[in-house]
Design a protein around this ligand. Structure first.
Ligand SMILES: N[C@@H](CCC[C@H](N)C(=O)O)C(=O)O
Length: 277
């Protein structure tokens, strides 16, 4: 059996998208997701995205990191899937129902409302998430924000000077974060602009992280450092993030399709229905 896929990206954060909305495909587990995402022996991507029917929205989007872990949210993938769908859509995710629609500058996504309480992040024990009294070398006093998925944000003088490849995994896997964490290092450029690099939970350094941009913008707004609408500049390009007065986060930016193909299901341990196990 062959399974069709679409390779897509949002600012260089890349995805293998499998569309099972109309015709089911074999169940994707963590092992298969990691194998497909592998850049040496698989197709290669930061996240595997699986579209399925939904009873509460237009369709369901499941997201697997490159390490196989299934997660709640992915901003860039939501824009990519919005582009693939071609019109406005309500999308069920593990993080809640979100809405994507075509916009002048790409795809706009209503990402939901941010959460700040320690057990909503989640943290291992109670702590003020607005100014956390913790540090990993020069990375200190982060803000924690959950925008569907968990983020820690460190404001630093120069994002390029941070050894994120070394400190990122240390913080991601710290026992303070029982579900691990996405690690953001950000520099305030002006009241309308932020520079950002992200170590993603389960995927490592990526060219861009949409939820990281949302969480960082909200963290900077909470600290009074920027206005309620900002441009977040990532290595792969820029996103516009607005925190509306009604509490909704709106992320707007580009997405693109790279190519389409198909793969042999058995090569990833996926078997036709009724033949698995
Ligand atoms: N690249 C994504 C985030 C993907 C999930 C994240 N690594 C997590 O584990 O929460 C984005 O654009 O938001």
């Amino acid at each position: 059996m062959r399974i069709a896929f679409t390779k897509m990206h949002g600012l260089g954060n890349d995805f293998v998208v499998l569309d099972a909305r109309d015709a089911p495909i074999p169940e994707i587990d963590a092992v298969a997701a990691a194998a497909i995402a592998d850049r040496h022996t698989g197709i290669g991507c930061d996240q595997l995205v699986l579209l399925e029917p939904s009873s509460m929205a237009d369709f369901r989007m499941r997201i697997f990191n490159a390490d196989g872990s299934e997660v709640e949210a992915c901003g860039n993938a939501t824009r990519a899937v919005g582009l693939l769908h071609g019109s406005a859509a309500r999308i069920e995710t593990l993080g809640g129902v979100i809405a994507a629609s075509p916009a002048q500058t790409g795809i706009a996504v209503e990402m939901g409302h941010p959460r700040f309480v320690w057990d909503e992040i989640p943290l291992a024990y109670p702590m003020d998430t607005h100014a956390m009294p913790v540090a990993w070398e020069e990375l200190a006093d982060p803000i924690a924000v959950n925008v569907g998925n968990p983020h820690a944000i460190f404001f630093v003088p120069d994002t390029a000077a941070v050894d994120l490849a070394r400190l990122g995994p240390e913080i991601e896997n710290d026992q303070l974060f029982p579900e691990r964490i996405n690690v953001n290092v950000a520099t305030i450029v002006s009241r309308q602009a932020i520079r950002l690099r992200v170590w993603e939970r389960g995927a490592g350094l990526t060219r861009a992280c949409g939820t990281g941009a949302c969480a960082t913008a909200i963290g900077a707004m909470r600290r009074g450092l920027v206005d309620r609408k900002v441009t977040v500049k990532l290595p792969g390009g820029a996103l516009s993030i607005e925190w509306r007065e009604d509490g909704e986060i709106v992320m707007t930016g580009p997405a693109a399709e790279s190519f389409r193909g198909d793969f042999d299901a058995a090569a990833y341990g996926l078997f036709e229905f009724g033949t698995a196990g």
